[in-house]
Ligand binder design. Structure first.
Ligand SMILES: [Zn+2]
Length: 66
């Protein structure tokens, strides 16, 4: 299967993402997904330390093609 930039590819969380880059050996693709993803949990400085979930849209994932 030949992949092309601009085509739809599944992101690691199962959304429909768009291919934005393909490596020369075609073994790695970068996809950008418009859905929200949990990025990380950060500690927010305050009187009481809190943890907050950060969601990010339009994340780019590198995916190895098997
Ligand atoms: Zn996604």
């Amino acid at each position: 299967m030949e992949l092309k930039v601009g085509e739809i590819f599944e992101c690691p969380e199962g959304h429909e993402a768009t291919i934005v880059w393909i490596s020369e050996d075609k073994k790695v693709v970068a996809v950008r997904c418009p859905q929200k993803h949990l990025r990380k949990v950060v500690k927010v400085a305050s009187a009481r330390a809190k943890e907050r979930e950060i969601y990010v849209k339009n994340m780019v994932f590198l995916i190895e093609i098997q």
